[in-house]
Design a protein around this ligand. Structure first.
Ligand SMILES: Nc1nc2c(c(=O)[nH]1)N[C@H]1C(S)=C(S)[C@@H](COP(=O)(O)O)O[C@H]1N2
Ligand SMILES: [Mo]
Length: 507
C-alpha cells in the first residue's frame, strides 16, 4: 500500500512538472516576448558546461545537439517531478516550494534573453507554475481520499481512483498537447522583411564555374540548404527597427550603424566560402554563397579603430562572440558586414539583420550572426566564446578537398568513372586538384574557373576502374603552391586535416 501511494504520488509529480513545462512552451510559442523554458534552461546548461562537454555533445549529437538538449532538459525536469510528487504527498508545501523554485529558475534563465519582456515572462511563469501546482494538488488529494488509489480493490476507493485516473489523463494530454503545439510554434520563424538591396550585381555563374554534376554540391549553395552552426537554441527574431550595431572599444569615436544605414550604403557583393572548424575531412559543414554587405574596413576607419595588434570582436544579440586579428579587415580581403545572401535579404537562420563574413577564417572566430556589437580590444584582453572551450585563437581555414561522386560505399558503372567534388582554400585560392585511384599515381583533375579566391571550386576527372572494389583519394594545391597535407588531424583545436577518401565498387 505504501508503495502504491508513493508510485502514484510520483506519477502526479511527473504530470505536474509536464503540465507546467508544456504550458510554458505553449505560452512561449504564442507570445514572442515569453522565452521558452526549455530553451532558456538549456542555454544556461550549455553556458555552465565545460568546453570539453560541449565539444563532446556537438560531436556526438552533431547538428541535432539542440533537440537533444531540449529533450534532455525535459527528461531531467520530469525525473525531478517524480521525487517532488512523492515528497508532496504528506507535505504539500514541498511541492509548492520546488515548483515555485522551478519557476524562479525559468524566470532567471529567460530574463536576459533579448526578446524577453519582463511582465509577459512573469505572467507566463505564474500561469505555468500555478497550473502545475493545481494539478498536483488535485491528484494528491485523490490519492489521499482513496486511501490507496491503485491497484487496491477496496470499493470505497473506486470513485477516487477514477477521479485520479481521469485527472491524470486530462493533465497528461494537456501537457503533451501544449508542449507539442508550443514547440511547433517556436520552430516557425517568420521570414525577414523584404528589403531592396539594389545596385549590386556579381558575375553570373556559368558552366565554366559550376559543372552541374548530379551528386555534386551546387557551386552557390541555396540559403535554405546552407549548413547551419550556432549555439542559439531559438533563432533570434530581431526587429531591424529596434536594432543597431555599436562599434566601440579601442576607437577614437563610437559609431552606431542602423539597418537603414546598412541597406542604403554602397554595397559590395562577394562569393565567399564559409567553413566550420568542426568539419571533418569529407564533411558538409562548409558552403559557398554570394554575400552582400559593406566593407568592414570602412566601418573601422570611420570609428578610428586602434590597429596596433588589436582584435575585432563581433558580439551577437545572444552574447556569443568571435574575434580575429584586425589585420584581416585591412589586408585586402573582403571582410564585410553582410546583409544579403545569394541576392536576397539574409535569412534569419543565417544572421538577419546582419552578420560578419571574413574570407579565409573559420566561422567560430569570424562569422558572428545577429551582430549587435563590434568591439576593438587588445589581442590578449579578450577571448571569444570558443577559445576558453579549447579551440585555437587564430584559425585560418585549412586547404581541403572533398569527393562528392562516386559516393562512399556506392556502386557505379565502369570502367570509365567520373569523379567530382569541391576544393577550398579561402583567400589563397585553389591552383590544382589531383586524385589517386587505389593508391596509384596522382592524376590531375579539371578545376572550374573560380568565382573568386575566396570561393571554393569544383573539380572533375574521369578514372578507369575495372569491375571490382576501389578507393579514390583527393588532394588540392592552394594558390600559394602548398599541397594539402595527408597528415590526419582531428577538428580540434584548429581544423581537421587529411585526404578525403571514398570506397566504391564498379560493375
Ligand atoms: N551568433 C552566432 N554567430 C555564429 C555562431 C554562433 O554560435 N552564434 N557560430 C559560428 C560558427 S562556429 C560558424 S561555422 C558559422 C556558421 O554560419 P552558418 O550557420 O551561416 O553556416 O557561424 C558563426 N557565427
Ligand atoms: Mo563553426
Amino acid at each position: 500500500m505504501q508503495w502504491t501511494h508513493r508510485r502514484f504520488a510520483g506519477l502526479s509529480g511527473i504530470l505536474a512538472a509536464a503540465l507546467a513545462l508544456g504550458l510554458g512552451e505553449l505560452l512561449a510559442g504564442l507570445f514572442g516576448p515569453v522565452p521558452s523554458p526549455l530553451n532558456a534552461i538549456g542555454g544556461v546548461v550549455v553556458d555552465l558546461s565545460p568546453g570539453a562537454v560541449e565539444r563532446w555533445a556537438t560531436s556526438f549529437f552533431g547538428t541535432s545537439d539542440k533537440v537533444a538538449l531540449a529533450i534532455g532538459t525535459a527528461v531531467i525536469a520530469l525525473i525531478l517531478g517524480w521525487f517532488v510528487g512523492i515528497a508532496s504527498l504528506r507535505r504539500f508545501w514541498v511541492g509548492v516550494v520546488v515548483l515555485a523554485g522551478f519557476g524562479a529558475a525559468g524566470l532567471a534563465a529567460g530574463w536576459g534573453e533579448h526578446e524577453t519582456r519582463v511582465i509577459p515572462l512573469v505572467a507566463a511563469t505564474l500561469v505555468a507554475v500555478a497550473a502545475g501546482l493545481l494539478l498536483l494538488w488535485l491528484l494528491l488529494r485523490a490519492i489521499d481520499d482513496s486511501g490507496a488509489v491503485l491497484p487496491d480493490d477496496a470499493t470505497d476507493g473506486d470513485s477516487d481512483r477514477r477521479r485520479f485516473l481521469a485527472l491524470a489523463g486530462v493533465g497528461g494530454v494537456v501537457a503533451l498537447g501544449s508542449g507539442a503545439i508550443g514547440r511547433a510554434l517556436l520552430a516557425r520563424v517568420p521570414p525577414p522583411p523584404a528589403t531592396d538591396l539594389a545596385g549590386v550585381s556579381a558575375i553570373a555563374v556559368g558552366p565554366e564555374h559550376d559543372f552541374i554534376i548530379p551528386g555534386v554540391v551546387p557551386l552557390v549553395v541555396p540559403a535554405e540548404e546552407f549548413y547551419r552552426i550556432d549555439t542559439a537554441l531559438a533563432i533570434p527574431r530581431i526587429d531591424p527597427e529596434n536594432w543597431s550595431i555599436r562599434v566601440h572599444g579601442k576607437v577614437d569615436r563610437e559609431v552606431t550603424i542602423t539597418y537603414e544605414d546598412l541597406t542604403a550604403a554602397d554595397l559590395i557583393e562577394r562569393y565567399v566560402t564559409l567553413a566550420c572548424v568542426s568539419n571533418r575531412v569529407g564533411g558538409t559543414l562548409v558552403g559557398n554563397a554570394l554575400w552582400t554587405g559593406i566593407p568592414l574596413a570602412g566601418v573601422l576607419e570611420q570609428a578610428g579603430a586602434d590597429r596596433a595588434g588589436t582584435q575585432v570582436v563581433g558580439r551577437s544579440i545572444d552574447g556569443w562572440t568571435c574575434g580575429f586579428p584586425i589585420d584581416a579587415a585591412f589586408d585586402g580581403r573582403d571582410a564585410m558586414i553582410a546583409v544579403g545572401m545569394n541576392g536576397d535579404v539574409l535569412p534569419r537562420r543565417s544572421g538577419f539583420p546582419a552578420r560578419l563574413v571574413v574570407p579565409g577564417l573559420y566561422g567560430y572566430v569570424s562569422a558572428t550572426k545577429w551582430l549587435t556589437e563590434i568591439e576593438i580590444t587588445g589581442w590578449d584582453d579578450f577571448d571569444p566564446y570558443w577559445i576558453p572551450r579549447g579551440w585555437a585563437k587564430e584559425a585560418p581555414i585549412k586547404t581541403q578537398s572533398r569527393i562528392d561522386v562516386p559516393r562512399s560505399g556506392g556502386s557505379v558503372e565502369g570502367p570509365e568513372v567520373v569523379a567530382a567534388g569541391v576544393a577550398w582554400a579561402p583567400h589563397r585560392g585553389i591552383a590544382a586538384v589531383e586524385v589517386s585511384l587505389d593508391d596509384g599515381p596522382w592524376q590531375q583533375a579539371e578545376v572550374s574557373v573560380p568565382l573568386s579566391d575566396d570561393a571554393w571550386v569544383q573539380w572533375r576527372v574521369a578514372v578507369t576502374a575495372a569491375p571490382g572494389s576501389h578507393h579514390l583519394e583527393v588532394r588540392a594545391t592552394d594558390g600559394d603552391g602548398v599541397v594539402q597535407t595527408g597528415v590526419v588531424q582531428a577538428p580540434a583545436p584548429d581544423g581537421a586535416t587529411g585526404h578525403h577518401r571514398v570506397d566504391f565498387t564498379t560493375t
